[in-house]
Design a protein around this ligand. Structure first.
Ligand code: DGJ
Length: 748
């Protein structure tokens, strides 16, 4: 069992393969945090926490003249408000008569093999062999409110998940004004914060900053986890790099309004509180009712950012994604969006499909525009019946045609939305989220359905399950193209309007859970105008998510780079599109576009008619290459070898679990005159093994300036892992814009 309780020093110890997490019950029953870091034997670390009388940090009344204990200075497991800890609270609760605050003291704890479940919320899974659960119950004597802190310890994965359940055991109404998932206090360390900000078509830009005194926050109030701040942060020590240094990852499994507060206090201790964004949130708990705060995935490593990422990649692949497609080879797809936008008919789609099939594509995805009067993006969302002017003979006929060519068929939908100009809106205007008496802000000229209403969820289930039952649809792209403003639910009383945002996302989860359970063989791809809801919550339903509406390969390098800190490439929808690129006007060689898209689920988003015969041949080869390397790319260990802007190239690498093969990828982002060859050190290989170059593919370089033969030494054809990692490798000099190289190494 990875969880133990020492009754002498009253410590609770959670042990994973390489980490230890320790808490302690104080004599007064407070639950304080002692340690999260590199694995140590279970000995009590209370010695680390000094007791002192700091001015203006109050002391609990029952301790009398003992002024050296203050909740304001003690590291907490779950911080609350108005009880003498002035740092960020995880919980703010108020009774009906307006008393704020909860002084939480220990009631009981229990541990058992297996994983806790969270009602209505997605979370990691695991059987009795995979993890252990610890539940600690704390109670506020004055109000009878209890908080159950949940921990699951995934020993092999170096992951601990946390969640919290708040129960109103009193006789009166209690209002939650903040109900975060967890507090993590790090009393010592020189931490920096890494977070992932962005915007539409430029998601997850990695930023590393010092933690200042005061509070820094990242979060979203957009009703979605958002393009703008991904729900994932890392705290790392100042010296941490890819291969060394202490790093703590904090990833809420949540797709709605989230917030992570990072506070550096008067003593330079750092507190992290994360979960549902407390702004625009208020939840009423009647006597006997409970509220569950979403799960958070924690991981620690002393081996740097690269290892932290690999912990998350593994965890998401093994414990978050449930889809039957998780470990199956996913089809190479062609999506018609950038090929046609709204301008298509069945003949055009079938022609695209025919040419796609010739190039080796396996799945044809029909994107936006196939339904209702959807001739542009101003209308018809909600009218999920086929537009027979475009698709003559209907959807069934088109699918038959696509299938007859030997391709699977996939369909785009945007179920959570409604256009004002739609039959659905005309029938149910009250289903849209709008504030009474105020004209709503429009986004892409559409409104958002109130997913907190059961009848809306039921209606959408009937529509979507009807389509999936009637037609041979093997893939669904689930889009969401605006953020939520004007939140007001017509089915909630005034005092419960603060629940509308969370109820919205609970409704989305309910619908997705029901649909993905009923149609497990469908490959579901998430999307929210690209990566606007690219989070661990959505990954419980969608094994892959369209990463960004920016398909420019050069821009994708930074978007994919940022995304790899928390998420595996098997979740990243990535396509080759036409050049000049539709978002940037840039031209990147077709081969390099494929190298970049291959570091994702790989597909195309173009009209094959715009490719020359030579380019079509190139595409065939790209698809074959992707399939040959599929396993090492999708299931291998990922290594970032460069950072955007740090050099004139970007490089990354995959290594199979047994270190038997590796794939090195390099894209030159800035070619210069008279520049020396790209030199880099590989990573993750077996230093004692020999690796031969099984394939070397250069793309997009018209002029290879110095084509030295890539050979280790005369008469030898393999390199030792040690020399590839420690001495490195120098690539031939390439000219032109954005050339790239892929080298596949196989152990002798
Ligand atoms: C946004 C998506 O990200 C695009 O790929 C495309 O599906 C459009 N929506 C369609 O409206």
């Amino acid at each position: 069992m990875s969880i133990s309780f020492n009754s002498v020093d009253r410590t609770l110890n959670l042990q994973t393969r390489n980490t230890t997490y320790q808490m302690q019950l104080t004599e007064s029953g407070y639950l304080r945090h002692l340690y999260y870091g590199r694995r140590i034997p279970g000995a009590c670390q209370a010695r680390l926490i000094t007791r002192m009388d700091a001015g203006f940090s109050p002391n609990p009344h029952h301790l009398g003249f003992q002024r050296s204990f203050s909740l304001d200075l003690q590291p907490q497991e779950y911080s609350t408000a108005n009880i003498g800890d002035f740092r960020v609270p995880a919980l703010i609760a108020a009774t009906a008569d307006g008393c704020y605050g909860d002084e939480l003291r220990y009631v009981s704890h229990e541990s058992r093999p297996g994983k806790y479940a969270l009602e209505g919320l997605p979370c990691a899974h695991g059987g009795e062999e995979d993890c252990d659960t610890l539940s600690i119950v704390l109670k506020d004597e004055a109000t009878n409110l209890t908080v159950e802190l949940l921990y699951a310890v995934y020993e092999a994965e170096d992951v601990i998940t946390r969640a919290a359940r708040i129960v109103n055991n009193s006789e009166q109404v209690i209002n939650l004004e903040r109900a975060s998932s967890m507090t993590l206090d790090l009393p010592y360390g020189d931490w920096q914060l890494i977070h992932f900000h962005g915007r539409h078509a430029m998601e997850r830009q990695m930023e590393r900053v010092d933690i200042m005194h005061g509070i820094q926050s990242v979060g979203s109030l957009r009703g979605a986890s958002s393009h703008h701040h991904n729900p994932f942060v890392i705290l790392c020590d100042r010296a941490a790099g890819e291969e060394q240094g202490d790093c703590v990852g904090i990833m809420p499994v949540y797709s709605g309004n989230h917030r992570t507060d990072i506070e550096k206090d008067q003593m330079d201790s750092v507190r992290v509180v994360t979960g549902i964004n407390p702004d625009l949130f208020r939840w009423t708990l009647n006597p006997g009712e409970s509220f569950t705060a979403p799960e958070v995935i924690l991981s620690f490593t002393h081996q740097g950012l690269g290892q932290l990422s690999r912990n998350y990649h593994h965890f998401i692949r093994e414990r978050i994604i449930r889809s039957t497609w998780n470990h199956k080879t996913r089809p190479v797809l062609l999506n018609n969006w950038e090929a046609t936008y709204f301008n298509f008919d069945s003949d055009k789609i079938l022609e695209i499909a025919r040419q796609a099939k010739d190039m080796g594509v396996e799945l044809l995805v029909l994107d936006d525009g196939w339904f209702g009067q959807r001739c542009d993006d101003n209308r018809a969302l909600g009218d999920w019946y086929v537009n027979e002017e475009k698709l003559k003979g209907g959807l069934g006929k088109l699918i038959e045609g696509v299938n007859a060519l030997g391709l699977r068929f996939g369909l785009w939908m945007e179920p959570e939305m409604v256009s004002e100009d739609s039959d659905l809106y005309r029938a149910h205007p009250d289903w849209a989220l709008t504030v009474p008496g105020r004209l709503p802000a429009m986004g892409r000229n559409q409104l958002v359905l109130d997913m907190g209403r059961q009848e809306v969820v039921d209606y959408l289930y009937d529509i979507i399950s009807g389509l999936l039952s009637k037609y041979h649809i093997e893939y669904v792209k689930w889009d969401m193209n605006r953020n939520i403003s004007d939140i007001y639910s017509r089915v909630l009383p005034g005092e419960r309007q603060g629940e509308a945002f969370h109820r919205y996302i609970l409704g989305v989860y309910k619908l997705l859970d029901k649909l993905t359970t009923a149609f497990p063989e469908v490959l579901w791809e998430g999307c929210a105008g690209g990566g606007g809801r690219y989070d661990a919550g959505m990954m419980c339903y969608f094994p892959q998510i369209w990463l960004s509406d920016d398909t420019d390969a050069l821009e994708r390098l930074t978007i994919q780079h940022g995304s790899t800190f928390g998420y595996p490439v098997s979740t990243m929808g990535a396509h080759v599109s036409i050049c000049p690129n539709h978002q940037t006007g840039r031209t990147v060689p077709l081969g390099t576009r494929a190298v970049v898209a291959m570091s994702g689920t790989f597909g195309y988003e173009l009209d094959p008619a715009h490719l020359s015969d030579e380019e079509k041949e190139q595409v065939k080869v790209q698809i074959q290459r992707f399939k040959t390397w599929y396993d090492v790319i999708q299931n291998g260990d990922y290594y970032r070898l460069t950072a955007p802007g740090a050099d004139r190239f970007m490089a990354w690498q995959y290594v199979s679990a047994d270190k038997g093969e590796a794939l090195l990828n390099v894209v030159v982002t800035h070619t210069m005159a008279n520049m020396r060859g790209v030199h880099l050190r590989m990573a993750g290989l077996d230093p004692n093994a020999n690796y031969r170059m099984e394939a070397l593919v250069t793309e997009g370089s018209e002029t290879i300036l110095d084509m030295v033969e890539m050979k280790p030494r005369d008469g030898e054809d393999s390199y030792s892992g040690a020399e590839l990692m420690y001495a490195g490798i120098t690539l031939p000099q390439m000219g032109g814009d954005y050339p790239s190289v892929q080298i596949h190494f196989v152990k002798n």
